[in-house]
Design a protein around this ligand. Structure first.
Ligand code: NAD
Length: 310
């Protein structure tokens, strides 16, 4: 039901996702890509010379492809990739095309783009489909997709095989922008757990406890959670955690700050009172600007909070 796939935004997540498509799609299906950074486009085309084709802009990708994925940093980028009057996806006729935005952005921008497409191209379909699982998950092909559609959405079967090439789980969240609302509430939860986890370890360690003993206590007790088990903010406790590898190869603290901020805004819009919202946001904002933490995995918030100079 498709002969060409498009992919726009080939960064830390997008590039490995396209790599899976290039490796797994049948040889007669072409992939058309665009990124504002030419060097990463060239790298991908060199890696898959017969499969991946570089296009001049997002419009050209949309002209060539039946299904287009977008994976850009923020709402302003999604807006220009879709709506730029000269070079955007919607500057060509996208009727009958499937447009899937995997970026983590605010729900309002996503709904604005969706409405624009519905009003101008009634036969096109646009979905929010943010992902979870980090850069490592994108490389391994184990990310989860949170889709802004109902379980019985007629287009779901059209993209299931493509999403399965890039990830492991597909969760239809119920309706337009619900994928994003789910993703933002997930990151609010995991972000606050990481802060609480850092504080709990700090008070236990300052009381004389070995952090590995604390980890066993939390795992056996009511505090058991995935951040402690797999992404422990304290180095040397969970061997596979980014913290044990110098906080490398994780979810950048600036991205956590962005998502946390989007979650706090969303909460205001839907009248949820967040006791931990502003405090959490200020913490991730501070860590994002701290030279000891910037560009590292978000669980580096432990280093930011513990006050030690290591
Ligand atoms: P990134 O900054 O590494 O990559 C984004 C890419 O988009 C860049 O290559 C950039 O040049 C390109 N881009 C920006 N504007 C563009 C435009 N107008 N046209 C074409 N290309 C454009 O970011 P990333 O880490 O790949 O994250 C992408 C999205 O996925 C973000 O919304 C992020 O929050 C989300 N996400 C990231 C992770 C992660 O661990 N990195 C995990 C889950 C979700």
């Amino acid at each position: 039901n498709y002969s060409a796939i498009g992919f726009i935004g080939l960064g830390a997540m997008g590039a490995p996702m396209v790599g899976h498509l290039a490796n797994k799609l049948s040889p007669d299906i072409s992939i058309h890509v665009f990124d504002v950074v030419q060097s990463i486009v060239d790298e991908l085309v060199n890696q898959f010379p017969n499969k991946i084709h570089a296009e001049k802009n997002s419009k050209e990708v949309a002209e060539k492809a039946d299904i287009v994925f977008t994976m850009v940093p923020e709402g302003s980028h999604t807006r220009s990739v879709y709506l730029d009057p000269q070079t955007g996806i919607c500057s060509t006729d996208v009727n009958n095309k499937l447009l899937i935005d995997c970026s983590t952005i605010d729900t309002a921008t996503s709904l604005y783009v969706k409405d624009y497409i519905k009003n101008n191209f009634p036969l096109a379909s646009f979905y929010d489909a943010p992902v979870s699982g980090g850069v490592l998950g994108a490389k391994k092909g184990t990310i989860a997709f949170f889709l802004g559609c109902a379980e019985d959405d007629p287009n779901l079967s059209r993209v299931t095989d493509l999403l399965n090439m890039m990830g492991k789980q597909i969760i239809p969240c119920g309706g337009p922008s619900f994928g994003l609302a789910a993703k933002l509430s997930n990151n609010y939860l995991s972000g606050t757990i990481a802060i609480a986890c850092s504080e709990a370890f700090d008070m236990g360690m300052r009381s004389g406890l070995d952090p590995r003993v604390l980890a066993r206590v939390y795992a056996a007790g009511t505090a058991q959670n995935t951040i402690c088990d797999k992404f422990c903010p304290v180095p040397g406790v969970a061997p596979e955690a980014p913290s044990s590898k110098g906080y490398k190869d994780g979810f950048r603290v600036q991205l956590m700050k962005k998502d946390f901020g989007l979650a706090v805004d969303m909460a205001k819009r839907v009248n949820t009172k967040l006791v931990l919202g502003e405090a959490g946001l200020a913490t991730y904002d501070g860590a994002s600007q701290d030279p000891r933490c910037r560009d590292l995995d978000s669980r580096v918030v432990y280093r930011y909070l513990d006050g030690n100079e290591d």
